[in-house]
Design a protein around this ligand. Structure first.
Ligand SMILES: Nc1nc2c(ncn2[C@@H]2O[C@H](COP(=O)(O)OP(=O)(O)OP(=O)(O)O)[C@@H](O)[C@H]2O)c(=O)[nH]1
Length: 403
């Protein structure tokens, strides 16, 4: 519920029962009420003098004079103070009385009266009232009764004023906290949104520095169109690390990342400037090679890659599939990648079967992509260090091809 939909009582949870409880805390009894009422005529008679003296003393403190600010405000304050003092001796200390006291607290907080200034004003007022009591009440016992009663009632008032001060401070803190939380939330979603935009804009995969797969379709199409215009072949190589999951599981994700970076590094070292190398996702890579046939890609790229990766890795094997298109009919980028992936997958599967000594018909079916011997099929091993000897799954019939 909004604060403005609640009365001060409701906000402060003050009921008649609470008022009685507070009175009992200060032992404020009917006798006190009577003592105060008995002094009302004297106060009424001297109210102007009390208020004059009070503001004379108050405005002599430069900090208070500064807070009051101008003569109109001072005039309003004098009227309010008059009422405040008279109410002290009215004998009625009910919800209405409490509401007025709560308002005083609220106004003091709003205009920035510090508690020390408020308390000093209470002290000044009490001294002025005590002076009136001493001037007018000769009977010591009655004098004492009125002083004690006014003391209790002023304390009762002070607690109410301080409660509003504290409540108002707590609301300010809660508001500031809400604001800060809302700001943090909006910043978080802005950062998320911006990061996503940057990622999309980014041409490169953050881990390996190879091209980002998001651009594969666009770049692939561009290369194929250019190749078509020049009637040149285009090759696509699909590379995949073998059993990378178990490597990750045994060596940890960070070592896995190092393997991916090493593979990417070897790809960069093995490609020509006109080639485009992508991290396809996870442990899969894709290279688009313009003006290159399948056999040329195998003999050139794979040869170089095999040499380069040995410098970085130990005991890791990769599988690949190569397809080409053109120079007469051209597949589109998606089809080419899909075919290369399928080839790689069939080859990997066959190699695994061969490794297990259970080469099936399916494996024989893709003989042209089979390794020359099972010994050429790399076997990932446990306890692999970041320096990993590589072995790539090699199909048969490797020819050296001039570029
Ligand atoms: N370290 C690391 N691991 C990744 C990253 N992206 C994906 N992976 C993991 O790569 C693994 C790929 O596993 P699979 O697709 O099952 O492939 P595989 O284990 O190599 O199996 P085969 O392809 O059949 O040889 C998964 O465990 C992924 O969690 C990455 O950026 N870093």
């Amino acid at each position: 519920m909004l604060q403005t939909e609640q009365t001060l009582f409701e906000q402060m949870r003050i009921t008649e029962l609470e008022i009685d409880f507070r009175k009992s805390l200060f032992s404020f009894t009917l006798a006190d009420v009577r003592a105060l009422q008995s002094f009302k005529p004297v106060i009424e008679e001297n109210i102007d003098k009390i208020v004059d003296d009070f503001y004379g003393l108050q405005t002599s403190v430069s900090e208070i004079a500064l807070l009051i600010g101008d003569s109109d405000t001072l005039a309003r304050l004098r009227t309010a103070q008059r009422r405040y003092v008279l109410d002290l001796f009215n004998g009625v200390y009910d919800l209405e009385y409490v509401n007025n006291r709560l308002r005083i607290g609220l106004v003091h907080k709003r205009i920035g009266v510090e508690p020390k200034l408020y308390l000093s004003a209470v002290h000044t007022l009490k001294e002025l009232i005590y002076a009136e009591i001493n001037n007018s009440v000769a009977d010591d016992l009655q004098n004492e009764r009125i002083r004690v009663a006014i003391d209790k009632l002023v304390l009762f008032d002070v607690t109410l004023v301080f409660d509003t001060y504290i409540r108002s401070l707590v609301s300010e803190i809660e508001n500031a906290k809400d604001k800060a939380e809302r700001y943090a939330q909006s910043m978080e979603s802005k950062v998320k949104e911006r990061t996503q935009q940057l990622e999309e804009l980014s041409q490169t995969d953050p881990l390996t520095g190879l091209l980002n797969v998001r651009h594969l379709q666009e770049i692939g199409t561009r290369i194929l169109r250019a190749a078509q215009r020049r009637a040149e072949p285009v090759s696509v190589i699909y590379l995949d690390v073998d059993d990378f999951k178990s490597f990750n599981d045994t060596q940890g994700h960070r070592s896995g990342d190092e393997v991916l970076c090493a593979v990417a590094q070897a790809i960069k070292e093995s490609t020509r400037v006109e080639d485009h190398s992508f991290r396809y996702g996870g442990d899969e890579f894709c290279i688009i090679m313009p003006n290159c046939r399948e056999d040329q890609a195998r003999d050139n790229f794979i040869e170089r890659f095999n040499q380069n990766i040995k410098l970085h890795l130990n005991n890791i094997s990769l599988s690949y599939g190569i397809v080409d298109t053109g120079p007469y009919d051209y597949d589109d980028a998606n089809t080419l990648i899909h075919k290369a992936d399928q080839k790689m997958y069939s080859y990997k599967r066959a190699a695994k079967l061969q490794q297990q000594g259970t080469v099936s018909m399916a494996a024989n079916d893709i003989k042209s992509d089979m390794p020359q011997s099972a010994s050429q099929v790399g076997t990932p091993q446990a306890a692999i260090t970041p320096t990993i000897v590589h072995s790539i799954q090699q199909p048969q019939g490797i020819n050296k091809v001039a570029e």
